[in-house]
Design a protein around this ligand. Structure first.
Ligand SMILES: [Zn+2]
Length: 83
């Protein structure tokens, strides 16, 4: 079944939180695993495609059921082509 056209909303993070997480992600001493742990702890979920910090919420409404997916800036552009 084709997904209906979704609504896209931006995820707004508090500035402090964003600063903290970008610092952690820029740290070359931290392993990928630890970085993912930080993302999970601070933003809840990561991007559905690349596992980075999500910035957009994509919501599909299918006959009363809503499906929510989260994507980062890079991946939202990729999936937008499919709309
Ligand atoms: Zn992504």
């Amino acid at each position: 079944m084709r997904k209906p056209k979704p609504t896209i909303r931006a995820i707004v993070y508090p500035e402090e939180k964003l600063k903290f997480i970008s610092k952690k992600l820029a740290n070359p001493k931290l392993s990928e695993y630890r970085k993912k742990e930080y993302i999970r702890r601070f933003v809840g979920e990561h991007c559905a495609i690349c596992h980075e910090v999500p910035t957009k919420i994509v919501q599909y409404d299918m006959r009363g059921i809503s499906l929510v997916e989260k994507y980062c800036d890079k991946c939202i552009e990729k999936i937008k082509i499919a709309f």
